[in-house]
Design a protein around this ligand. Sequence first.
Ligand code: BEZ
Ligand code: FE
Length: 296
Amino acid sequence: MSIDLTESSITAAVQKTFDGSKNARTKEVFTSLVQHLHDFTREVRLTGDEWFTAMDFLVRVGKISSDTRQEYVLLSDILGISVLVDLINHEDSKGSSVTDSTLLGPFYVEGRPAANNGDDISGGVDGIPMFFTSRVVDTHGNPIAGAHVDTWHSDGKGFYDVQQAEKLHNHLAMRALLTTDEDGRFWYRSIAPRYYPVPTDGPCGEILRAADRSPMRPEHIHFWFQAEGYDSLITMLFRADDPYLTSDAVFGAKRALVADFIEHEAGEAAPDGTAVDEPFQTVEWTFVLNPASTAE
Ligand code: BEZ
Ligand code: FE
């Protein structure tokens, strides 16, 4: 009955309205969501002012969001939901040789340029040259040819291209879509990234400041692998000696994804034989993909 509801009876009344859901999963998710939201509301004895503040906050998260400003993704990230969803859905590859996944983050851009192996993907942004060399293999170590590899990273000051669109005249930089060769290899030149704060000039920044939380993410390079017959893999590689490795603001750092970002003096040939007349870095990594899951 949906009349004269009380603090305790309202939960079942709302849940009951999902009984006729066309899809069993819709019913399951909303019934549980209502239970937890109501329990939360009762537990903290939410005031009317707090509720209005929360509604206003969500409106502002929506208003600042765009294709290149993903404030809802950031909200999910700083609350640990993004990593929690990833952990729940990759339980099966735990303990296997498959490369760990982690969160996507808000800076992936669909319209990224395609590049050939060996290309400089820095988009002309200045920085310490970085050469990334890699192989993509299956769980038996066999190469995966023709895999699509998205990669993206910040510049040496910790900013992504989309955060400096005006300066870069809307050109995408430090990101590309590559394809593995017949040996499963892909490689590119770019510039070294750096640790950075997640964007704090929007509503999510208010949460971080209110809680006196660090906004810093450790230095990393993003990857998204898509290959026929394999599960797609969204991951990152982190720099071993980064000061923020154990205090990632979005909880995504993993020891299994720590790589050596090796610093070299000028003059030596980079991995692709290029002579570099300034100090440069090299990073090498082998990614292992999981055979496509058959279970739905
Ligand atoms: C990123 O790694 O690009 C990122 C992830 C979560 C929040 C902000 C940035
Ligand atoms: Fe990032």
